[in-house]
Ligand binder design. Structure first.
Ligand code: ADE
Length: 222
């Protein structure tokens, strides 16, 4: 799969895509991740990508021309164009899973007070929000969305079951984990995890996942 991020701040994304799992996914040939500066498609003496809003008001609005030029240069008939915006559809694990099956995503990062509505009406397939808070721009949101999608591409995670046991994949938050030493500063690992009894361990984990979900995310339990 290929993901192209279009932003005015490519450096905000580049470091993240070159580390850890996103780096490995690219090295394994399972993902091609690219970052582009929208300004590279701006024209005129000052290469402006934004302008004052019609009707007046605070701030600047991202202009149509460079964004249309950039998307039209990158897209193929298989591409989906997603706008990163706090005014979009809430991003969830289920959405990450469905986008992981796409061939090509173009993540368009909003900035300033907004983006010309004609971009949304005539270029964008979906609008995505990573949560109910406002970031300065969509570049960090695009990295979040890219990470969540890329790790679900088959073969990216070493052990396929590690995605299956993620928080949310079974509707619950993940249960607590422990590793060596068995005792640290007087705090012991729960005996059941040392018992070798897989049935009891599974029961304990489900119980803990339920408790954690009830505490932090009762909305998930319906
Ligand atoms: N841009 C600014 N805030 C955002 C958010 N919460 N989600 C996606 N893009 C954004």
């Amino acid at each position: 799969m290929q993901i192209d991020i279009l932003t005015l701040f490519p450096k905000l994304c580049e470091g993240a895509l070159a580390e850890s799992m996103m780096k490995r996914a690219q090295e394994k040939g399972l993902a091609t991740l690219r970052v582009h500066n929208i300004r590279d498609w701006a024209t005129g003496k000052h290469l402006t990508a934004d302008d004052a809003p019609y009707g007046g008001g605070q701030g600047m609005v991202m202009k149509c021309e460079p964004i249309f030029a950039a998307v039209e240069a990158l897209r193929t008939p298989e591409s989906k164009v997603l706008l990163m915006t706090p005014a979009g559809r809430p991003f969830q694990q289920s959405l990450a899973a469905s986008y992981a099956a796409e061939r090509h995503l173009i993540l368009l990062c909003g900035h300033y007070e907004g983006i010309d509505q004609r971009v949304i009406d005539h270029l964008v397939d979906d609008e995505i929000s990573i949560g109910d808070y406002v970031l300065t721009n969509g570049a960090i949101a695009a990295v979040v969305v890219t990470d969540a999608i890329v790790r679900l591409i088959p073969g990216v995670l070493g052990d396929e079951s590690s995605a299956a046991e993620d928080s949310f994949s079974d509707g619950l938050l993940e249960y607590p984990q422990f590793t060596r030493p068995v005792e640290f500063r007087g705090w012991r690992v729960p005996d059941v995890l040392l018992s070798g009894n897989h049935g009891e361990i599974a029961k304990w984990r489900r119980q803990k996942a339920l408790e954690k979900t009830r505490h932090f995310r009762p909305d998930l339990l319906g």
